[in-house]
Design a protein. Structure first.
Length: 342
């Protein structure tokens, strides 16, 4: 008991001494207790980053132990082009680091069902990880000195920094290529709502390669692909009159679509047809074999913008924001609503 009082007394004296000097006070110790962050955020689970991480090689079916920050740099270079703005690369490095850390926290030395041997794998199932030598070998000559050096510096600049929401480590720092102008609410694309994964505008994506992309299918091909993707469903008659978009999500993507007698989610149509994004519109036109009478001679045109699921950080949007003068913290706080970075 006396010792407790003594500790409180010492802590109080420390606070009194330090606060007037403008020194940031950590009101507690690392672990389960609350810690006051730099801006007064109360951390419920401030995490310690380990020195290494176990990575499951999905092709080789084996684990390797990788230095944690080296892993972060390799994922960053695997997931974002090195010619993106350095502030965007910094933002990407924090998303990559936070994702890995959240998996370590969740699985410890184990992993998910798909790879119980390690908390993360090296594919898009988790986040893409290519080792340094492979990265250098797949890029043009000179990339090691320029691109790789730039990515490594961006990761070094943010070393140890993670995303927190409401004092807890963010466990779904999702990202994707480009949004087409607006990101999505998590619940509109995946199963559940996540407070920091809400629809926001993404205005600076001029350089994205996916804009008004046309995918043209004959009605015959369209029907074949849809029926093959959902063999258990009875679509009945599929013709231009029975194919329409019924509703859209907050981010403008196709929410529900009627195809024959069946209603599908926009994300289901996207994956069945291999579209870059669920942000699409549809139109019909006469195909080359049009004979003036048969619907089967018609073509269906999907016009899509953006690439990827649309939830969380748009990478092209991050690059665009960086070029507009926003720094990595502003970029992350824009795409992950309400987060703090420490
Ligand atoms: Zn995985």
């Amino acid at each position: 008991m006396f010792r407790d009082y003594l500790q409180i007394a010492v802590a109080t004296v420390m606070c009194v001494l330090l606060v007037p000097l403008g020194v940031v006070v950590a009101a507690g110790t690392l672990g389960d207790v609350n810690i006051k962050g730099l801006q007064g955020v109360s951390f419920k689970d401030k995490v310690q980053i380990p020195a290494t991480i176990e990575v499951w090689d999905a092709a080789e079916k084996k684990c390797s132990e990788v230095d944690f920050e080296a892993y972060t740099a390799c994922v960053t270079a695997s997931e974002m082009p090195a010619d993106f703005h350095e502030e965007a690369i910094r933002a990407q490095s924090i998303a990559a680091r936070t994702y890995a850390m959240s998996k370590i926290k969740k699985y410890g030395s184990g992993g998910p069902e798909e790879h119980p041997e390690a908390p993360v794998c090296n594919t898009t199932h988790c986040q893409v990880y290519k080792p340094e030598a492979e990265l250098i070998s797949i890029h043009k000559k000179g990339w090691e000195e320029e691109g790789w050096a730039k990515v490594k510096k961006a990761c070094k600049d943010t070393e140890g920094q993670l995303l927190y929401y409401d004092g807890k480590l963010v466990n779904q720092p999702l990202f994707f290529s480009s949004s087409g102008g607006q990101t999505e609410n998590s619940e509109d694309v995946f199963v559940s709502a996540v407070p920091y994964l809400v629809s926001v505008s993404s205005p600076y994506e001029e350089e994205t390669t996916h804009r008004d992309e046309e995918t043209v299918l004959s009605m015959k091909e369209f029907k074949k692909k849809i029926r093959a993707a959902f063999p258990e469903k009875d679509f009945g008659e599929i013709n231009p009159a029975s194919v329409k978009i019924i509703s859209r999500t907050a981010g403008g993507r196709t929410d529900k679509m009627q195809i024959g007698d069946v209603t599908l989610k926009g994300t289901q149509v996207r994956s069945a047809l291999g579209l870059s994004s669920a942000l699409f519109s549809i139109s019909f036109r006469e195909g080359s074999g049009w004979n003036g009478s048969s619907d089967s001679q018609m073509e269906i045109v999907f016009t899509s913008s953006g690439s990827g699921h649309g939830v969380g950080m748009s990478q092209y949007g991050a690059d665009g924001m960086a070029k507009e003068g926003y720094d990595y913290k502003e970029i992350l706080k824009h795409y992950y609503s309400g987060v703090e970075i420490y």
